[in-house]
Ligand binder design. Structure first.
Ligand code: ADP
Length: 485
């Protein structure tokens, strides 16, 4: 067992405003819980509307100076932040496991992934380009320049406490925007640690604020009503995303929305089953299943259904469950009692409707919010577990007859984030990829996130992209300048 007490004690526990940790104006604090025990780890300052106003005032005050800071200087700050995150990787991993529970190897992987957005966007900061064209009528010239959209509100989830922040903060700072982050209530410490790293990296005070709060709407509602805010970037559930999009409409804000997923994982009868099983484990169990790209529905050709299910069951049943800081643990607790109830409820409902449990299927005794790796098959067609994002270590396996059925079933969802497919037939891989209604498709691999790729969904899974060369565009407006000859 590795002890995170010293790292927690060393982490800022106030609101981060104007380059320092400060108390909430009203003095509120709320507890951060340890999902492995349900005990309080520490308390952090709890922001309200008045604190949101402090943050937007700072963001607005420094927006212009930050926008005209040399791109190379912005780039250098991001680069130093990447170096510091990399140097402190182990402490950040311990912190994330402490506040969100998941196994330490997953936290270490997140630090590496999350840090890369800082390095990538330090490189992109100096590559923002406009364009120049002669007007077709020959009577003028068209110049297009790029300008930062202005102060950004970034609302992040608990499942990747660092990477979901760096994926927004990196491009926003590179583009010249100021940022107010509202981290998930469950995981404020990681974002506060990152804010301090940015200050050490030389980020001017006020450019980045962090507002932990137990009352998200008390922050977002006044910010949406404030004309100084120009952009919302959100990662979270489609349910909350819809509410926030509607609120963002009144200020006509630019929005980037990374919402829920219901990824199909297709295994065709010609697939390399060894590779498919390894990919299935990665796509399902990364982060204990708590990822919006997690394989949510395994759709397997009838000819290989039983072999696939049996082998997946064996691998899932062999995983060690326990407190995330314990050596050898592969699956930590879920983040909260509410998540545990939700996952257990989905499984119970499916089983009551006729699904078969191959392994797992019942919450583990407390304390802590533990659910075992679970495999279900013989799923009734109408089961809610096929429509909902499971967000836990539960694999749901169903069979299909032919390619057309596989595609229809894969697309039978309001979501369209990620899809996975396993086949040795290149023609089929390309055909199915074209037919899948998702923003991302992984072919013969179980992990698709990459800093250099545009992460994003279609349908109810969201708007816009994070990462890649596309990522910075979300924080830039085009300005057309008409020039005469
Ligand atoms: P998850 O299922 O990942 O917790 P949610 O959509 O519930 O996803 O939450 C994602 C983020 O959105 C969290 O930071 C949460 O606090 C925040 N959030 C939820 N409701 C609101 C709201 N009304 N205003 C602003 N943020 C909100």
């Amino acid at each position: 067992m590795i002890d995170a007490t010293a790292v927690i004690a060393d982490t800022p526990q106030g609101l981060w405003i104007d380059g320092a940790a400060v108390d909430a104006t009203d003095g509120y604090r709320y507890p951060v819980l340890d999902p492995a025990t349900g005990d309080t780890l520490t308390t952090v300052a709890d922001a309200r509307a008045i604190d949101a106003m402090r943050a937007i005032e700072s963001a607005d005050r420094v927006q212009r100076p930050w926008a005209v800071t040399a791109p190379r200087e912005r780039s250098q700050i991001l680069r130093r932040a990447w170096e510091l995150v990399t140097e402190r990787a182990e402490d950040l991993a311990l912190l994330m496991t402490a506040e969100m529970g998941r196994a330490l190897p997953d936290s270490r992987a997140e630090v590496a992934y999350g840090a890369e957005f800082l390095r990538w966007f330090s490189e992109e900061a100096v590559r923002v380009q406009g364009r120049y064209t002669p007007a077709p009528a020959g009577n003028g010239r068209i110049l297009v320049t790029k300008a930062p959209v202005g102060p950004v509100l970034a609302i992040t989830p608990w499942n990747f406490p660092l990477a979901m922040g760096t994926r927004k903060i990196g491009p926003a700072l590179a583009a010249g925007c100021t940022v107010i982050v509202k981290p998930a209530a469950e995981t404020p410490l990681t974002m506060l640690a990152l804010a301090r790293i940015f200050a050490e990296a030389g980020l001017p005070a006020g450019v980045l604020s962090v507002l932990p709060t137990s009352d998200a709407a008390s922050i977002s509602t006044p910010l949406f009503a404030d004309p100084r805010l120009r952009k919302l970037t959100f990662t979270g559930s489609t349910r909350v995303g819809r509410i926030l999009l509607a609120r963002a409409a009144s200020g006509v804000l630019r929005t980037s929305m990374e919402l829920g997923g219901n990824a199909p994982f297709l295994v065709f009868d010609d697939a390399d089953l060894d590779a498919a099983i390894n990919g299935a484990m990665a796509a399902k169990m990364r982060n204990g299943g708590q990822a919006c790209t997690a394989a949510n529905r395994f759709l397997v050709a009838d000819a290989v259904l039983e072999e696939f299910t049996a082998r997946l069951t064996e691998r899932m049943a062999a995983l060690t469950v326990g407190a995330g800081h314990r050596t050898g643990v592969a699956v930590g607790p879920l983040v909260s009692a509410a998540q545990l109830d939700r996952v257990a409820g989905l499984v119970d409902e499916a089983v009551a409707a006729g699904a078969r449990i191959r392994t797992g299927g019942k919450p583990l005794p407390g304390p802590g919010f533990f659910y075992p790796p679970t495999v279900l098959d013989q799923i009734p067609v109408r089961a809610r577990i096929l429509d909902q994002e499971i967000f836990g270590p539960v694999a749901v396996v169903t069979g299909f007859g032919d390619e057309a059925e596989a595609i229809d079933r894969a697309n039978a969802s309001e979501y369209g984030l990620a899809a996975y497919l396993y086949t040795r037939d290149l023609g089929r891989a390309l055909r199915v990829t074209d037919a899948l209604e998702t923003g991302m498709v992984a072919v013969n691999r179980g992990v698709l996130s990459d800093v250099a790729a545009p992460f994003g969904g279609v349908k109810a899974s969201g708007l816009g992209h994070e990462g890649g060369v596309e990522g910075i565009d979300e924080y830039l407006d085009s300005k057309y300048v008409a020039l005469t000859n």
